[in-house]
Write a protein that binds this ligand. Structure first.
Ligand SMILES: NC(=O)c1ccc[n+]([C@@H]2O[C@H](COP(=O)([O-])OP(=O)(O)OC[C@H]3O[C@@H](n4cnc5c(N)ncnc54)[C@H](O)[C@@H]3O)[C@@H](O)[C@H]2O)c1
Length: 259
């Protein structure tokens, strides 16, 4: 079904939790679900950003509530799920998207223990804590869909960022393991693997037109991606259109992992 009418019915009335929803890919995902009738909980470390995004959705006639969430804190992950259940009576879909970038250390051993621990606890631990908190609610709903934001760094390495690469390879493994354990409860778990996407995570690079042009030139498709292009894939994986997809890692990367 590819008519806009068909798409617009995909998420009507669904209770959907999005982490990292204040910015970039998570924000685009939240807006896309809202445009298709989803009832949203927007969770983010940046509470003000999540509230701003939720009020924008409400102003456009959608349904959304925001909450502060550090995904590295299991109790806060449980609270975000409880908010969805309290507001909407159930949880149908969870998008575990929150993540942090890595500092880059050209010398491997210069990566600090503190930076390693925080990055692993947010990017990998955070996905596990969210899954653990979400599963009871999804089971109670009789099934549902989870989409984790992995990365091309789940599939290949990049220089100077061992913790990020390890965390995202971990997300890939966690996605497959959870998918295997949960499909008997009609809970489908999949992941999207974005390549280079134009979001605030790119930091100062975004302001550097020459660097951005250089990066674009390294992409087989000749440009960086947009958050909305990842969001469309996330919505597909969360929808019934992906009904036979279990534990898939879907690249949205302009072909960068092919080379
Ligand atoms: N932008 C890219 O090129 C790219 C590529 C591959 C994967 N990703 C992944 O996509 C996801 C979204 O990143 P983005 O590019 O939209 O970046 P972004 O910085 O625009 O958004 C990330 C959001 O996550 C939130 N966040 C960070 N730490 C958190 C925590 N501990 N608890 C809750 N929220 C937290 C931030 O406040 C922010 O709103 C991340 O998992 C990232 O690793 C991004």
């Amino acid at each position: 079904m590819s008519t806009s009418q068909g798409r617009s019915a995909r998420f009507t009335g669904k209770s959907i939790l999005v982490t990292g929803a204040a910015s970039g890919i998570g924000l685009a995902v939240a807006n896309a679900f809202a445009a298709e009738g989803g009832r949203l909980v927007l969770a983010d470390l940046n509470a003000a950003g999540a509230e701003g995004a939720a009020s924008q959705i409400r102003n456009n006639g959608g349904e959304a509530v925001a909450t502060a969430l550090d995904v590295a804190d299991f109790a806060q992950c449980e609270a975000a799920v409880a908010l969805a259940v309290a507001r909407y009576g159930r949880l149908d879909i969870a998008i575990n998207n929150a993540g942090m970038p890595s500092v880059i250390t050209p010398e491997f051993e210069d990566f600090s223990l503190e930076a390693w621990r925080r990055l692993i606890d947010v990017n990998l631990g955070g996905v596990f804590y969210c899954l653990k908190a979400q599963v009871p609610a999804l089971k109670a709903a009789g099934g549902g869909a989870i989409v984790n934001t992995a990365s091309v760094a789940s599939l290949v390495a990049a220089p100077g960022m061992a913790a990020y690469v390890a965390s995202k390879h971990g997300v890939a493994g966690l996605t497959k393991a959870a998918a295997l354990d949960l499909i008997r409860y009609r809970i489908r778990v999949n992941a999207v693997c974005p390549g280079m996407i134009r979001t605030p995570m790119l930091g100062p690079l975004l302001e550097d037109a020459q660097a951005m042009q250089h990066i674009a030139g390294q992409m087989p498709i000749g440009r960086v991606g947009e958050a909305e292009e990842v969001a469309r894939t996330v919505l597909f994986l969360a929808s019934d259109e992906a009904s036979y997809m279990v534990g898939a890692l879907l690249t949205v990367d302009g072909g960068v992992v092919l080379q």
